[in-house]
Design a protein around this ligand. Structure first.
Ligand code: PAF
Length: 283
């Protein structure tokens, strides 16, 4: 695996590639990231990963400084997965001057849910992804569905700016008990790790209620919030939204594909997850 730390090195190395397939990451790689690399390998003629902990997408009180940086094991995992090129710029390389020119994604999509609880988050994400896209110039990029709103926001950005990049979504990788893999799972204590599975269980209960024909979605959401709160979680949201645009489902409509989305804090760790629900046809 070739490691490029500058944009020039990266572009030089990729100059012969006709279809680079790109997986942007913030490092601390787990099996979920490796699944993205494996998918990328099937989609392009050179597989490129990036590791960059992007300051712009962290709020001042968030975990930018303590975000796990695990360079050696990340490189080992990427090599074993068959990644061809790793782009690992320093902050000086990616942001040589204050990044005052930023990408502001569509507020209708980016200001709700994660964007509501983490204001500016998607501006930071879209700005770095746009910049990484300019550096790598991929033809295809792979993002995990675990960050569902992020995937939708990036797809929208790519469409609106007519970027010649195909965005592929990858299914969420889960531990045996159902917990979605995340770099932040490493913050959980042993007891918290055992409890963490309740987030995906709450999403499954929401999905089952919809499938069972329950139509009062607000009641389903309130029940899920209450279940987690009673177990000691601090939920930000557990909601049922339209898959098409993450807006609230049309009242009475039963044909819309939905997604259940959740974010909740367990101790000091904030976890997110989601579950797609197939359309329920009206009986
Ligand atoms: O999903 C992530 O790890 C990050 O948000 C991304 C896409 C690498 C941008 O920093």
């Amino acid at each position: 695996m070739y490691i490029a730390t500058t944009i020039e090195e990266l572009r030089g190395r990729l100059s012969a590639s006709k279809r680079p397939a790109f997986v942007p990451t913030m490092g601390n790689l787990h099996d979920g990231h490796i699944a993205l690399i494996r998918q990328a390998r099937t989609l392009g003629d050179a597989t490129v990963a990036s590791i960059f902990v992007n300051r712009l997408q962290f709020l001042p009180h968030e975990d930018f400084d303590t975000y796990p940086r695990t360079w050696d094991s990340d490189c080992e995992k990427l090599r074993a997965a068959g990644c061809d090129v790793l782009f690992a710029p320093t902050e000086k390389v990616l942001y040589p001057e204050p990044q005052t020119c930023k990408v502001h994604p569509d507020p209708a999509l980016a200001d709700m849910l994660e964007g509501h609880f983490r204001p500016g988050f998607f501006i930071g994400v879209c700005t770095v992804v746009m910049k990484l896209f300019q550096c790598v110039q991929p033809r295809v990029a792979v993002f995990g569905k675990k960050d569902y709103q992020q995937l939708m926001t990036i797809r929208h950005m790519v469409r609106q700016f007519a970027l010649p990049i195909e965005i592929a979504g990858s299914e969420t990788f889960r531990a045996d008990d159902g917990l979605a893999l995340s770099s932040r799972n490493g913050y959980l204590s042993k007891d918290e790790r055992a409890e963490a599975v309740q987030l995906s269980k709450a999403l499954r209960a929401m999905a089952e209620a919809v499938r069972a024909g329950e139509t009062d979605l607000a009641a389903i959401e309130a029940r899920a919030m209450q279940t987690l709160a009673q177990r000691g979680w601090q939920p930000d949201y557990l909601v049922l939204r339209r898959r098409a645009d993450l807006r609230e489902p049309t009242p009475g409509s039963q044909g819309e594909p939905l997604v259940a989305l959740a974010a909740a804090r367990l101790g000091s760790t904030r976890l997110i997850d989601n579950l797609e629900i197939e359309a329920v046809s009206a009986s």
